[in-house]
Design a protein around this ligand. Sequence first.
Ligand SMILES: NC(=O)c1ccc[n+]([C@@H]2O[C@H](COP(=O)([O-])OP(=O)(O)OC[C@H]3O[C@@H](n4cnc5c(N)ncnc54)[C@H](OP(=O)(O)O)[C@@H]3O)[C@@H](O)[C@H]2O)c1
Length: 331
Amino acid sequence: MVTRRKFILVKQFDHAPKESDLKIVEEKLPSLKKGEFLCEAVYLSVDPYMRAYIHKLPVGSPMNGRQVARIVESKSDEFQIGKYVVGNFDWQTHTVSSKGGVGSPYIVPNLGDLPLSLSLGVLGMPGNTAYFSFVNICKPKAGETIVVSGAAGAVGNIVGQVAKMKGCKVIGITGSDQKGKYLTETLGFDSYVNYKLGYFEEELKKAAPLGIDCYFDNVAGEISVTVMKHMNMFGRICNCGSISSYNTDVNHPPKVSPVQLYMLLKQLFMEGFQASQYVDRIFESMNQHMLWIQEGKLKYIETITEGFENTGKAFIEMLEGKNLGKAIVKV
Ligand SMILES: NC(=O)c1ccc[n+]([C@@H]2O[C@H](COP(=O)([O-])OP(=O)(O)OC[C@H]3O[C@@H](n4cnc5c(N)ncnc54)[C@H](OP(=O)(O)O)[C@@H]3O)[C@@H](O)[C@H]2O)c1
């Protein structure tokens, strides 16, 4: 009988999560029924949404998240031993699932020489998010100025690179000069603005002297208000995330300056995006991103933390901005 380890919530997060809010428990797994398989986690994903939605979970709930796992036992014709699957299997070492069952698993296709962990990043949900949101909502045109916030993270770095492929001028907003330099020197962004320095608006104006045509928003709050203030007529905004508010009390969200004046004066367009609408189209973005990587047009970047027991730490560090690219845990 297999024993699995899994993280559960033992205390609701109060602002920034703490490792002591989580605990690892052990459970025995039943033997497999016909059509089921048992898989063992290889890589876990830690993502901002796990902080944003946690208030909906009662204490004792498992921590939710995707993982890449290897099938180690199987009574399924399709999900055979040795294959790798991606599933929404929570932060746990072993999962029993089936076709269309727990965690909606899918088999990872042949990735060639690419690392398996990319199935949680550029070839996974964040890649799918970037692929279906930016171009459809922002409708970027060559020569336009694009600003991406959360630019050095899993979704943002892909969006910025796609904007460069579209012939745009790309400005990344990030929280450190080290990350900013990575964006400009390695990923080809035109410039970056470090929002943690005191003169954010001045730096943004310098980086975008002709104003901003598209804004890909991962963070919300005053950063986004400032960007919207400097947008051009008929500018387009993709509302992808609002991480600046995730650590606040849901009943007392942060108060920010109103954006309505900028929206109406510039006749801006803003649309929210939900990755959940596109889960069935994961192979479209995966194939395109694999091709771009092979052609040298798209680079991937990950920050990998070793050890299942360090998943909580990796999650907290991602929220603190310690990751460059996709934050992953190697089990
Ligand atoms: N709508 C959807 O379907 C969907 C899907 C996936 C992700 N998202 C959203 O997209 C955003 C990025 O997700 P991701 O997975 O790519 O995460 P990520 O960018 O890889 O990691 C989070 C990053 O957010 C930045 N950050 C943390 N606190 C911040 C603050 N107060 N203000 C500004 N930036 C802050 C940090 O970078 P710095 O060092 O630069 O501060 C950190 O590295 C999140 O808001 C997430 O919820 C939405």
